[in-house]
Design a protein around this ligand. Structure first.
Ligand code: GLU
Length: 378
């Protein structure tokens, strides 16, 4: 299988590929090749996000921390020093292509706390809409053991889910997923395609280490589970070669994990599964707009029930009490009380911050087309 056309792709780069072990410096020519790959992807219309490790490896070299095991504080200090260089390196190689970059540092909380999740997602979305390549890493300097991912495989999968990416590429020091550890067993076979992640497969992953990431194969399989469930295909491929994405496009040995459904369907399933915190009653004009797939604007809101915050799921009902759909609100109850019935251009004046035209954006809205669509219990 080859890497075909992709609308949105997340590329995860491990420290062992990016940083040369002996000198502790960035492999410049490799990174320039990756920048050329990113340019090709973007020229064909793909949004690209990079999740890059390497902050700790770079920083420890600068600080002369040569011991084999760093304490948490040491790695946090190393990350602080290394992250600046890491982000700068991406900026330097992408700039000649006219591609702008932005640094995004996330913690585990940004994927579990819903409001922070929505905020991070909105920022990433804005960067992508501006044609910027987000360079993402874990915020190692503040993330302590209990609240950190600790590995960028799972972080990359979360970023893919958060942004509704259709492809996640894990560039590794191995060229895919093997039935046994290929470094220890000559009978190990690489799988070309994994359709379902079974518990047998997870057990196989358990013992396989990978020096390019903290977690080895086990975290890669966890990442695959997260990504594929959200409709995102994932591939593990050897990253150390020059122009690794170009290779994937031409066809190279690797392992593909096939997605279940597509990112949009997965997202709608997720929204359907959320418990509604309230109900928004809308007029007929808004109801027709929602039914034909458009966003819900504040102008069409007649009444609200319940108390909810920005990002909460709410039910949408028409004037006859008929349930129309469900979605994630971009405004809290208090804000809606102040802007309901108002035109989008008046909102900035009332709320004092730039308006988001939609109260519930079409991407965050599930419409009930038949009575059967509606969940029995909400
Ligand atoms: N966030 C770490 C760093 O930038 C790397 C984590 C990993 O290797 O998965 O150094």
């Amino acid at each position: 299988m080859r890497l075909g056309s992709t609308k949105r792709i997340v590329i995860k780069i491990g420290s062992a590929i990016l940083i040369e072990g002996s000198s502790g410096l960035i492999r410049r020519s490799w990174l320039q090749g990756l920048a050329a790959d990113i340019d090709v992807l973007m020229s064909s219309g793909s949004d690209v996000l990079v999740v890059s490790s390497g902050a700790i490896a770079l920083g420890r070299n600068v600080l002369g921390m040569h011991g084999s095991q760093l304490s948490l504080e040491q790695s946090q200090a190393a990350a602080a020093v290394g992250q600046i260089r890491l982000a700068r390196a991406y900026e330097e190689v992408l700039e000649p292509f006219g591609i702008r970059t932005g640094q995004v540092l996330l913690t585990l909380d940004d994927s579990f706390n819903r409001r922070r999740y929505l905020n991070s997602r909105a920022t990433l979305e804005t960067l992508l809409n501006q044609g910027v390549v987000p360079i993402v890493n874990e915020n190692d300097t503040v993330a302590t053991d209990e609240i950190r991912y600790g590995d960028n495989d799972r972080l990359a999968a979360q970023v893919a889910v958060m942004t509704g990416a259709d492809t996640l590429v894990l560039l590794s020091d191995v060229d895919g997923f093997y039935t046994k550890d290929p470094k220890e067993d000559s009978e190990a076979e690489r799988l070309d395609v994994v359709e379902h992640i079974t518990s047998e497969l997870e057990a196989l992953a358990g013992g396989q280490g990978s020096t390019s990431s903290k977690g080895g194969m086990a975290t890669k399989i966890m990442a695959a589970r997260t990504a594929t469930k959200a409709g995102c295909a994932m591939v593990i491929a050897r990253g150390s070669v020059l122009r690794p994405i170009d290779r994937l496009q031409k066809g190279t040995s690797c392992t593909w994990f096939l997605p279940a459904g597509n990112p949009q369907t997965a997202r709608k399933h997720w929204i359907t599964s959320l418990k509604s915190k309230g109900t928004i009653i809308i007029d007929d004009g808004a109801s027709n707009a929602v039914k034909s797939g458009r966003s819900l604007l504040p102008a069409g809101v007649k009444k609200i029930f319940g108390r909810f915050q920005k990002g909460d799921a709410v039910g949408i009902t028409d004037l006859r009490g008929e349930a129309v759909g469900k979605g994630l609100t971009r405004y809290s109850t208090n804000e809606i009380e102040r802007i309901r019935g108002r035109k989008s251009r008046e909102i900035e004046e009332i709320l004092g911050n730039p308006p988001q035209a939609a109260l519930i954006h079409a991407d965050d809205l599930v419409r009930w087309t038949t009575a059967l669509d509606r969940p029995a219990k909400d």
